[in-house]
Write a protein that binds this ligand. Sequence first.
Ligand code: ATP
Length: 194
Amino acid sequence: MTIILENICKSYGDLQVLDNYNLTVEWGRAYCLTGPEGCGKTTILKVFMGLEKPDSGQIHRMGDYKYPTLQSAYVSQADANLVMKKNAIWNVKKVHRWASKGRAIEELSKFIPVERQTIPVSELTPVERRFVEIVRALFVPADFIVLDEPFEGMNEAEREKAKAYILEIRGTRPLLMATRKPEGVDFAKIINLE
Ligand SMILES: Nc1ncnc2c1ncn2[C@@H]1O[C@H](COP(=O)(O)OP(=O)(O)OP(=O)(O)O)[C@@H](O)[C@H]1O
């Protein structure tokens, strides 16, 4: 399955963020969009997932004649998918009605001590919250993996741990990520938007 963004244009008011942008994402491949703050990385991820509608241009989801969008495992920037007053287990479990609490604890325990899994995620450190977002996103099956600044704030050891977890669960699914600084991103083709 190949997903192609073709001649995508997107503006917010007077600000043109994407001007005839093209991207081909092939099955089994990993890509990392990089570039300075505000250059349009998150916008591309959202257009790719079908969360933002482009002003013009085509999105080809080949082989996907039945569904308007594909299912994405999405790690959003700045913990946008987390409910801050709820705990980590609740945030992971809510991703799917069939998700089991036992499995949520098992996965979270790879990154966060059990006693910290039951406090509101607002009281976790920013890096712990990144781990919750990653576990949450990868908890249920999806067609592809989309990561927006997944390793933000992490030291090298934390990043390597998160990376190994993501790559193991990912299998052969396509992966698209975005980051201002592609440090340690040796698993993806770097696409510089500058
Ligand atoms: N919903 C929106 N309404 C108005 N402006 C927006 C909206 N979303 C994004 N923008 C603006 O579009 C530009 C591109 O935003 P985008 O989030 O895609 O950039 P980015 O490269 O991901 O930046 P960062 O590195 O900060 O995450 C920015 O100037 C941003 O302020």
